[in-house]
Design a protein around this ligand. Structure first.
Ligand code: NAD
Length: 346
């Protein structure tokens, strides 16, 4: 059905149904780490709901999946309140969406700065894993928290401590100076493809249920009640940003923040680039659409961020996502199931 054509009454019923279906899938994905449908199908349902809500804004409810981040923290772990919310990212499906996003940023910045600007963009691979907020106090890892619903996450510190790529202590480097008194590092816990395959073979050999994909394997392993089990799982980590920082000079460029994190001892993905021109950003998106399979970890897109952090602050956020960043999603590889098929299969 053409979503542009349906009337208000039909839209209301369809939106309610989409919310129900999306909430069920979100629960399976975020809380149980056990999705029933491919991400591309989920995204399609989400796009349909967004379209309806855009046409009939009065249909937006506070519990709509379009307004929320992730899923509620699982009761098994202690809850952690994030000092600053961990947001989701708006998606760009295709180059036109990226252009629209960039032009809107330019327009808003021009308004707020009183002069036209052409902001540089940092482009990073979108690692398909689990978001993690790591708190360091005087250089020592004190809390590892999942994103949860963005406001509250799960305290998985014991599990995070078993991940070799995550520094337990920021090494004191005379060239860098003492570590910040307080630092929140944000990044993605993930599993390499070959580690995932080996893990699944082991699970199957023991008669246990294999994981659907590396992302679920990473999330399921981090959200294990027994840290000894997590310790046996081959998990990795990439840092991609920061939350609140005290007692340190933080660079005012996202690209330089990545380098700063690298100097502090965090693993940072080597493929991040900063571009002055949108055409080069789009070329980067195209390149990784073609070459993603050459990586030994899964990526589900490219994250584009306005590089200058003071301008990020000027752009701010909408309910559940920053305006200064966007996730360019790769086109789905599998034939996309029709909207109704997906809904019927629930
Ligand atoms: P998202 O995962 O698409 O984007 C936000 C996340 O990107 C951040 O939390 C962060 O963890 C991650 N990220 C990776 N690399 C990053 C980088 N370099 N910089 C910044 N962030 C980076 O957003 P979301 O709202 O959590 O989830 C939506 C995703 O979950 C979609 O892909 C959707 O298909 C999938 N999903 C699937 C199902 C299902 O049933 N299959 C259900 C719910 C959600």
């Amino acid at each position: 059905r053409d979503l542009e054509a349906i009337d208000r009454k039909e839209a209301e019923a369809l939106a309610a149904r989409l919310r129900e279906v999306l909430n069920q899938h979100a629960y399976r994905y975020y809380v149980l780490d056990n999705p029933l449908i491919p991400d591309a199908d989920y995204d399609l349902l989400m796009q349909a709901l967004r379209k309806l809500e855009a046409r009939f804004p009065e249909l937006v409810t506070p519990d709509s999946p379009t307004q929320r981040v992730g899923g509620p923290p699982l009761g098994r772990f202690e809850k952690v309140r994030h000092p600053e919310p961990l947001l989701s990212l708006n998606n760009a499906f295709g180059e036109e969406d990226v252009r629209v996003w960039y032009e809107r940023c330019c327009r808003m910045l021009a308004e707020r700065l009183g002069q036209p600007v052409q902001p540089a963009v940092t482009a990073e691979l979108k690692i398909d894993g689990l978001a993690m907020a790591l708190t360091y106090e005087n250089g020592v890892l004190t809390v590892g928290a999942t994103r949860g619903d963005g406001i509250e996450g799960e305290n998985v510190t014991q599990n995070v401590r078993t991940i070799p790529a995550i520094p337990l202590r920021i090494p004191v480097d005379p060239a860098v100076g003492p570590p910040p008194t307080r630092l929140e590092v944000r990044g993605e816990v993930y599993m390499r493809k070959r580690d995932f395959e080996r893990l699944n073979e082991q699970l199957q050999a023991r008669g246990e249920r294999p994981f659907a994909n590396p992302r679920n394997a990473a999330a399921g392993s981090v959200r294990q009640l027994n840290p000894q089990v997590t310790a046996l799982r081959p998990l990795s980590f990439f840092a991609y940003g920061i939350g609140p920082v005290e007692g340190a000079e933080v660079p005012d460029s996202q690209y330089e923040v990545l380098q700063w994190l690298g100097r502090l001892g965090f693993p940072v993905n080597e493929h991040a680039r900063r571009f002055e021109h949108l055409d080069d950003v789009l070329e980067y998106c195209r390149y990784w659409t073609e070459h993603r399979d050459e990586l030994d970890y899964e990526i589900d897109g490219v994250v584009l961020k306005i590089d200058h952090r003071p301008w990020q602050a000027l752009l701010g956020a909408i309910s559940n996502a920053p305006r200064w960043a966007v996730a360019y999603k790769f086109p789905a590889r599998e034939a996309i199931t029709r909207l109704l098929d997906i809904m019927v299969s629930v």
